[in-house]
Design a protein around this ligand. Structure first.
Ligand code: SAM
Length: 243
C-alpha cells in the first residue's frame, strides 16, 4: 500500500533529523500548501526538499479560510480542513507514489496535517497508510535560544494560543507558552517575566527577555523589524508569574 509520511522538519533544513531525512528521501514527492504567490514557508519547504535529496514538491493552492466568522471559529476551521482534505486527495488520486508532508516544527503542536491525513485515510478513496516523525518545535527552540527550562522545578507548563491567553490566566495558569499571536495584549501582566522570540531558526531571528512592563515596546519594534526583513513574522513567548 502506498504511504504518506508526516515529517516534522523544525524551522528549516538545519533541523531535519537523520530519521526525517531518510524518510524524505524515500518518497516520490512532497505535497505542500501554497498560501500565496510569495509563501515564505513554501520556499522553506522547497529548500528542505532541495537539500535532502532533490525530492519533487507539488504545491497545492490552499483553500481560503472564512476569517469573517470569528464567533464560529471551530466551524470555519472544520470547513477549511474539509476543503484541504479534498484538495490533497485529488492530487493523491492523480499522482501515484509515496508522499511526504513537511510540517513546520513538530506535527503534534498546532498543526492540522495529522488530522488531514487521518481524514484522507478514513475516506478511503486514496488507499494509504501513514506514519509520523517528530521535529523540533518553536517551543523547544525558544527555550534553547533563551537557555531556559520551560518550567520551574517540578512545575507545569501550559501551552496555548494568544486567543485563549485570558482564559488560561483566569484559571490560574502562571507559566504559559503562547503561540499564534496576532498581537501582544499583556495588560495587567507588567510584572510577569517574558521570554519572546520571532522567526526563530532563520537569519531574521529576534529575541527579547525581561519584565513585561519593561520590554513590551522593545518586542513591538523587534517584531516589526523581523517582519520587514523576512516579509513574514511568527513569534512565540513564555510568560511566567514572578513569585
Ligand atoms: C501553526 S503553529 C505551528 C507550530 C509548529 N508545529 C511547532 O511545532 O512549532 C504556528 C505558530 O508557531 C510559532 N512558530 C512557528 N515557527 C516559529 C518560529 N520560527 N519562530 C517563532 N515562532 C514560531 C508561532 O507562534 C506561530 O504562530
Amino acid at each position: 500500500m502506498r504511504r504518506i509520511r508526516v515529517l516534522g522538519v523544525g524551522m528549516g533544513p538545519q533541523h531535519v533529523t537523520p530519521e526525517v531525512a531518510e524518510a524524505l528521501r524515500s518518497v516520490d514527492y512532497v505535497l505542500a500548501a501554497q498560501k500565496s504567490s510569495q509563501d515564505g514557508l513554501l520556499e522553506a519547504r522547497r529548500e528542505i526538499c532541495r537539500v535532502h535529496g532533490d525530492v519533487p514538491l507539488v504545491a497545492v493552492p490552499d483553500p481560503e479560510r472564512d476569517r469573517d466568522a470569528p464567533r464560529d471559529y471551530p466551524r470555519a476551521v472544520a470547513d477549511w480542513h474539509e476543503a484541504r482534505v479534498a484538495a490533497y486527495e485529488q492530487v493523491l488520486l492523480e499522482r501515484p507514489g509515496d508522499v511526504a508532508f513537511l510540517v513546520w516544527g513538530d506535527p503534534s503542536l498546532y498543526d492540522s496535517t495529522i488530522r488531514i491525513v487521518e481524514s484522507i485515510h478514513a475516506r478511503g478513496r486514496a488507499q494509504v497508510e501513514y506514519d509520523v516523525l517528530p521535529g523540533i518545535s518553536a517551543v523547544q527552540l525558544l527555550a534553547a535560544r533563551h537557555r531556559i527550562v520551560l518550567h520551574e522545578v517540578g512545575r507545569p507548563l501550559h501551552v496555548t494560543t494568544s486567543r485563549l491567553l485570558r482564559e488560561a490566566l483566569e484559571t490560574g495558569q502562571d507559566n504559559i507558552a503562547v503561540l499564534l499571536n496576532a498581537r501582544l495584549e499583556l495588560d495587567g501582566l507588567e510584572d510577569w517575566q517574558i521570554w519572546w522570540g520571532a522567526n526563530l531558526g532563520t537569519p531574521d531571528e529576534a529575541l527579547v527577555a525581561g519584565r513585561v512592563g519593561d520590554v513590551l515596546a522593545e518586542i513591538d519594534t523587534a517584531r516589526a523589524k523581523a517582519k520587514e526583513a523576512a516579509g513574514w513574522v511568527m513569534d512565540i513567548y513564555l510568560l511566567r508569574r514572578v513569585s
